[in-house]
Design a protein around this ligand. Structure first.
Ligand code: NAD
Length: 243
């Protein structure tokens, strides 16, 4: 992929998948603004730390990124949180956190980024949804709902903004070897390495995804190779479509 000269904003840039997306975008020639609560460990052309639950921060991120890079061609809404449990065990705090980070923040960022991109003739947005946004998963009701919501928003925005030259798509991973997955195992008392290896045996390809497996698909979606894709939900699952 050649993304020379492209200017990109990546949220969740310090996380497992986000850091891989930042590395690969930069390796392909893009200039990148890294956004996360703490971006001190991430190499990028600009850093915009903040909390996506702060609506003013989320609303302002696209313009701040455009100001930092002299324009904005690519946005990757990657930041996310996972809360466990059926609805009967979901607290108000978990609901607000999940909806706030996984749905409201990308909504705010897209709403602010689209006019900036439209004024410049176009752009590409990728939202990181999940296989669990396409089908139900056990014991993560609100997480699944938030990923279904961002998947639906992606399909609608992909349709609504194609005429402005803006392609909006989503990537839908199954299990990925990142801190999100590993800390979940650790919290439940499992050794993350053993649990990841065991989980890998349930995947037809023989392993769960590494962050780079997802980042490569994100790069494809923001590149000209995906020039006819708008509102697509691209599943990346190693042959395992369900949880
Ligand atoms: P991760 O926990 O490694 O990274 C998530 C990042 O989002 C973190 O760096 C975190 O600081 C950031 N973030 C969370 N809340 C934030 C907030 N309020 N403000 C600013 N930043 C915030 O997780 P990951 O696995 O790399 O997840 C990336 C995306 O992939 C998420 O949207 C997740 O739902 C999705 N996903 C992950 C998996 C998986 O198995 N790991 C599977 C499917 C989808």
């Amino acid at each position: 992929m050649n993304l020379t000269g492209k200017r990109a904003l990546v949220t969740g840039a310090s996380g497992g998948i986000g850091a891989a997306i930042v590395r690969k975008l930069r390796a392909a020639g893009a200039r990148v603004v890294a956004a996360d609560r703490d971006v001190s460990g991430i190499e990028a052309e600009a850093h915009l730390p903040g909390d996506l639950l702060d609506s003013a921060y989320a609303d302002g991120l696209p313009q701040a990124a455009a100001d930092a890079l002299g324009g904005l061609d690519i946005v990757v809404n990657n930041a996310g949180v996972i809360t466990r449990g059926p609805v009967t065990e979901t607290s108000d705090a978990d609901w607000k956190l999940s909806v706030g980070v996984n749905v409201e923040a990308p909504f705010r960022i897209c709403r602010a980024a689209i006019p900036i991109m439209a004024a410049a003739g176009g752009g590409a947005i990728v939202n990181v949804a999940s296989c669990w946004g396409l089908r139900p998963g056990p014991n993560h009701a609100v997480y699944c709902m938030t990923k279904a919501a961002i998947a639906s928003l992606t399909q609608c925005m992909g349709m609504d903004h194609a005429r402005q030259g803006i392609r909006i798509n989503a990537v839908c991973p199954n299990e990925v070897n990142t801190p999100m997955l590993r800390t979940g195992f650790a919290k439940r008392g499992f050794d993350p390495d053993t649990a990841v290896a065991e989980l890998g045996r349930t995947v037809p390809l023989g392993r769960i995804a590494e962050p780079e497996d997802i980042a490569d698909v994100v790069l494809f979606l923001v590149s000209d190779a995906a020039r006819y894709m708008c509102g697509s939900l691209v599943e990346v699952n190693g042959g395992k479509p369900v949880g």
